[in-house]
Design a protein around this ligand. Sequence first.
Ligand code: AMP
Ligand code: GLY
Length: 419
Amino acid sequence: MKVLVVGSGGREHALASQLLQSDTVEKVFCTPGNGGTAVLNNCENVAIAVDDFESLLKLIEEKGINLAVIGPELPLSLGITDYLQSHQINVFGPNKAGATIEASKSWAKDLMIAGGIPTAKSATFTDKEGAKNYILQEGAPIVVKADGLAAGKGVVVAMSDDEAIDAIEELFAQNFSKVVIEEFLTGQEVSVLALTDGKTIRSLIPAQDHKQIGEGDTGANTGGMGAYAPTPLVDDHLSDRITKEILEPTLKELQKRGIDYRGVLYAGLMITPEGDPKTLEFNCRFGDPETQAVLPMLKTPLAEVLLACAQQRLADLPPLEWHKGSAVCVVIAAGGYPASYEKGKVITGITEAETQGVTVFHAGTKLVGAEIITDGGRVLGVTSREADFKSAIASAYQAVEKIKFDDMYYRRDIGHRIS
Ligand code: AMP
Ligand code: GLY
């Protein structure tokens, strides 16, 4: 079959290369793709923007594409799935109503409360004064969240009342009209990506991301600087609890609302010091860079699973099979990211890195002539899969050292929470 992958990040490169490992997949098209998908065998980039639904449909029809896999949240929240499904296309990715679970924090909170899904105590405000009074009443530390897609910049974990109040001022000044204010939770964060066809839900192996730019989890939040899977923090018992207490009740609540959700339900969880899972957020898509660590561990052909989700046949598939061992992904970013950074630097050493047995997933890169140049904040993700976690870390970093571009930056402590 032929598959379309919509998006241009490391996640989409990982999806394309994993899809191509399925015997049934003859070709993958990426729109718009990146430098990595440009040079991937049997993969072709087509320069169509993720929100240009008509051109995407035309491409699907012209090329005889059997399945569209949507990477980022933006086209999902704009209704790409509704549009393509109305033209009888198989789509992996929830419809617009389903994508609200990521696009609106207050909607997601209401769903969690209705379903009895464990999460932080919170209140939603549409007025600044109400929000500020609540902050003063509850007191810091406290978390302020914009109600809307904010490219990872809508959450402020405030350590003082003043910081929380400043965050309120700032969000309303940025034209957000609703905020969720939430109890501050401590513990370790885990990303559980689950696949669903709207009726059945199956969890992928649990991953952990490193959201902050600096070593030791310091500095500004980013899209994610590195990930590993499976995380030993989630044993079988906890994984069962996550399915029963969070994933299944969430699917049930979506069904109650008449939402036919076919895609990834990504639960961002805090595992509290008592060992209980609490939901920080839901996303309606694969995580980035979690996908670059999770998918290389999957033995079951990905294309068959995603097509089964799109066609509501997930219950008919045998359980997912996984490789033994661990995968670690180290993200290489442009110096200055997540604030301002430069693009257009020539990258060398990718082939040398790959001869060490790792996979180099491209994120912000593009192919210019025969050269791969930087074209974004997060540039590459180097994934190593090994028999054990320590070896995976060591080989990922050995490979990272082969890669060079002007002003490149990466965290040297990915995996530091596991020792
Ligand atoms: P979110 O987009 O809601 O996952 O929030 C982004 C990040 O903010 C999370 O990955 C956490 O690191 C942090 N965060 C969100 N909610 C809370 C909370 N209730 N307590 C502590 N940290 C939080
Ligand atoms: N790595 C975090 C995310 O994909 O939202």
